[in-house]
Design a protein around this ligand. Structure first.
Ligand SMILES: [Zn+2]
Length: 275
C-alpha cells in the first residue's frame, strides 16, 4: 500500500516514489535521466525555481489569507528585499505578482467560479494500474467542476510542436490537456463524481492578460483522451526506471545532460542537430 497523502507529505520525496504525478510524468517525458536524478535528490534544476515561486505566491493568495501570509513568511529572503532603499518591500517580481493577483481579483467571473471552491484538495487513484496523486487548486463538488490556476508568460504565444510539426498554444505545449484529464479521473476515483475542468490563466505581461478556459468541446475531449493514452503507453517504462530495472535515457540537451556532458568525439559541421 502506498503512504497515505496529507498536506504535509504531499510534496515529500517519500510519497514521490509511491505515486506518479503530472509534473513528474512530464519530467520523464522531457528527459528520463534528469527526472530520475531529480527524484533521487542528486540534482536540482536551476532554471525553473523563480517562476515556480511566483506562481505559488499567486496561488497562496487565492487559497486563504493565512496560506498567503505563511507563504510570504516561509520564503521571506527570496520575496522581500533585504538591502538599500527598498529594504522590507516586496521584490520587483512579487510586486508584479500582486498586479497579476489584482487582474484576477477584479474579475467577476473568477470570483464567482474559482473562489467558492475548496482549495488544494488532494486526490489519488489508479491510472492504468499504477498509483497517481494530484492536487486540485479549487474544487466545487456540488456543482461538478474544478478549476486550475495558471500563470503564463504570454497567453497567445505560439509554441512549436515537434511531434505534430505545427504551432500550438500554451495548453498543448505545457501538457495541460493531460493534467486536466488526470485530475478529472482522480476526482472521479476519490469522490465518485465526474467534474468539468476549468482553467483561469493570467499572463506575466506588464498589463496582464487573462482567460477563463473550458475543456468541453469535442476537440478538447479528443486531446484529453489522447493524453491518457500517452500515459498508458509510457508510464510502465518510467516506473521501471524508478525501480532501477531499466537505465534512464539521457536526452542529451537539457540542463542536467549538459552539466554531465563529456566531449568524446568530433561531429561533422553539417550534422549538428537543430531543435
Ligand atoms: Zn537531459
Amino acid at each position: 500500500m502506498p503512504t497515505k497523502l496529507t498536506p504535509e507529505n504531499y510534496y515529500s520525496v517519500e510519497t514521490d516514489w509511491d505515486y506518479m504525478s503530472f509534473s513528474r510524468f512530464k519530467d520523464f517525458q522531457r528527459c528520463e535521466a534528469a527526472a530520475l536524478a531529480k527524484l533521487k535528490g542528486d540534482w536540482t534544476p536551476e532554471l525553473d525555481a523563480k517562476p515556480l515561486l511566483v506562481g505559488n505566491y499567486v496561488h497562496s493568495y487565492f487559497e486563504s489569507p493565512e496560506a498567503h501570509e505563511k507563504f510570504v513568511k516561509d520564503h521571506k529572503s527570496k520575496i522581500m528585499s533585504t538591502r538599500g532603499k527598498t529594504k522590507g518591500q516586496l521584490k520587483a517580481d512579487y510586486k508584479f505578482a500582486d498586479v497579476m493577483i489584482k487582474a484576477l481579483d477584479d474579475s467577476e467571473l473568477f470570483n464567482y467560479v474559482y473562489k467558492p471552491g475548496q482549495k488544494e484538495v488532494i486526490v489519488t487513484g489508479k491510472l492504468f494500474g499504477y498509483d497517481w496523486k494530484g492536487k486540485i487548486d479549487s474544487l466545487v463538488l456540488d456543482q461538478n467542476y474544478f478549476c486550475d490556476l495558471k500563470t503564463v508568460d504570454d497567453l497567445h504565444k505560439k509554441h512549436w510542436q515537434e511531434d505534430s510539426r505545427s504551432w500550438d498554444n500554451f495548453i498543448e505545449d505545457r501538457g495541460y490537456y493531460m493534467q486536466m484529464a488526470i485530475y478529472r479521473e482522480l476526482i472521479k476515483q476519490t469522490f465518485g463524481k465526474d467534474c468539468n475542468p476549468y482553467m483561469f490563466a493570467v499572463s506575466k505581461q506588464a498589463i496582464p492578460d487573462k482567460l477563463a478556459i473550458d475543456f468541453t468541446g469535442e476537440s478538447e475531449a479528443l486531446r484529453m483522451q489522447a493524453a491518457l493514452e500517452e500515459i498508458e503507453a509510457n508510464q510502465e517504462r518510467y516506473w521501471n526506471i524508478m525501480m532501477g530495472e531499466i537505465k534512464p535515457k539521457p536526452c542529451g540537451r537539457c540542463e542536467y545532460c549538459r552539466s554531465h556532458k563529456v566531449l568524446e568525439e568530433f561531429v561533422h559541421a553539417t550534422d549538428i542537430e537543430v531543435y
